[in-house]
Design a protein around this ligand. Sequence first.
Ligand SMILES: [Fe+2]
Length: 231
Amino acid sequence: MSPEIVYELVRRIERKDLSTAAHTWRVVLYTRALLEHFGITNDELRIATHAAALHDVGKLDIPDRILQKPGSLTDEEFEIIKLHTVSGYARMIHMDVSEEPILDLIRYHHERWDGKGYPYGISGDSIPIAPRMFAVIDSFDAMTSVRPYRSELGERAADNALVEIQSGSGTRYWPQAVDAFADLYRTGSLDFILHYFNDEVHVPEFQIARDEEFEHIRKDFGDRSVSSFPS
Ligand SMILES: [Fe+2]
């Protein structure tokens, strides 16, 4: 999948979902950090960052009146939102996307380790590794990003989010992903992502395939980030 198509889709998702570029950057950076922790580099890492950026591409198929609805959703509306997993997958197949981590992440990123997720309710090892790891990242980011309805910010929010993630280890989340994420958090390897990015911070235009962008960001924040980004 070409980077240009990924960028274009990401921009469309952000416009449609009213999500921010900062959210996309963060989940991509967490994904890079976690995969590097597992020793994954180069092409596999690049594809995984594309996958992370595109995880909610299926939201392009959800009506605005539901996706952008302020306040809580009805049961019926939530059932429609859940379809963004399978519609995103169908969209990628239609575009002849063949990279498995991208297809897997889009289709399965709301599955849970204990089988209580959606859309299929599969569990454990039946869930491919990419979405198993991403579930931790997506939840952590949702709990730590700056939103108007949540006043608790900063370090305490992140500490609390980690506790919450750890309490879901073995039920909601794959234990190995939780342990790896907790390790990265404890050693400060995620600080540059947490401290720099929040939904009110301007971030550069999304250019996920350009490693020099990541390198620049990492250096900007005092080399407190993941050990190395591949060039
Ligand atoms: Fe999603």
